[in-house]
Design a protein around this ligand. Structure first.
Ligand code: NCD
Length: 306
């Protein structure tokens, strides 16, 4: 059974095909309105979510399917001690596909190993978040028209930020992509991501704490939230939470066509004054996420038939 646990489960060619489907959905939504008739998506969210859960639900509804699920661990049998493996087996009796978010790294993989239906990882702890990356990639494609020859700056919590890990893995497969990793010392990219995605492949990257110095060289700036819920020590969070705040003044030295992305939710790291800047693409990114999730649901349900 084909699932999506890590962005690297999809080849570059498959990502291209998902982008083609998403663009066709954007151009011809009516063509897809009944594609998932009588199919059910189960959204199993053991961790808070606004965009990811609701965009999965909107995606399935726009494909003509329906949705069941829960939006917090407290309202599921996890609160009674049920394992992820058992939950996955049970939901396989009710639904055709699962989108699952869980605070533990590896939980989506366990679900996929036990489910009889495709499982989509909608975020597993501080590990990865492949469908956010699909949203990010469609946005880069629509804004820049390419994935190669780009300098990508990632700024904020690179340690716990699962969207960052998945995006670096995905973008490191294209030609001549350079990375600028901008974070406080304490929140640097974990070495397991750095070694596999960058060092191991000889990809050019720099690590810095200085956003303003990096700004002029960037084609893409991916801002992230400091991930409060992953800190063991709240004082450390409080000390680091406002490490980077993007303002119109700081953007003065950026390229006129730089693309500003953020997976959202935003806390304080992008001033609302930046929203009016034509380079701010984070709300477009939200919409792109729905289209890519539609394309992904179609692909996985199609493959499950075989
Ligand atoms: C992200 C996540 O859950 O990792 N949110 C999202 O899905 N758009 C980013 C975050 O919570 O900071």
């Amino acid at each position: 059974m084909r699932s999506l646990i890590d962005i690297l489960d999809l080849s570059v060619e498959e990502i291209d095909a998902l982008i083609v489907t998403a663009c066709d959905i954007i151009a011809n939504p009516d063509k897809y309105a009944e594609c998932c008739k009588r199919k059910k998506l189960a959204t199993l969210f053991f961790e808070p979510s606004t965009r990811t859960r609701l965009s999965f639900e909107a995606a399935m509804l726009e494909l003509g399917g329906s949705v069941i699920g829960f939006s917090s661990a407290n309202s599921s049998s996890a609160a009674k001690g049920e394992s992820v493996a058992d939950t996955a087996k049970v939901i396989s009796c009710y639904a055709d596909i699962i989108a699952m978010r869980h605070p533990k790294e590896g939980a989506a993989l366990v679900a996929a190993q036990n489910a009889e239906i495709p499982v989509i990882n909608a975020g597993d702890g501080g590990h990865c978040h492949p469908t956010q990356t699909l949203a990010d990639l469609l946005t880069v494609y629509r804004e820049k028209g390419r994935f190669s020859n780009l300098t990508v700056g990632l700024c904020g919590d690179l340690k716990f930020g699962r969207t960052v890990h998945s995006l670096i893995n995905a973008m490191s497969r294209y030609d001549n992509v350079k990375f600028v990793l901008i974070s406080p010392e304490e929140l640097k990219l974990p070495s397991y991501v750095k070694n596999a995605a960058l060092k191991g492949k000889g990809i050019e990257y720099v690590q810095t704490t200085d956003l303003e110095a990096a700004m002029p060289g960037l084609d893409i700036l991916y801002m992230t939230r400091i991930q409060q819920e992953r800190f063991a020590d709240i004082d450390e969070y409080l000390r680091l939470k406002d490490s980077y705040i993007l303002t119109p003044e700081k953007l003065a030295s950026a390229k006129p066509d730089m693309c500003i992305l953020h997976p959202l939710p935003r806390v304080n790291e992008i001033s609302v004054k930046v929203d009016a800047d034509p380079r701010a693409c984070y709300f477009k990114q939200v919409l792109n996420g729905k289209f890519m999730r539609m394309a992904l649901i179609l692909k996985l349900l199609e493959e499950a038939k075989r």
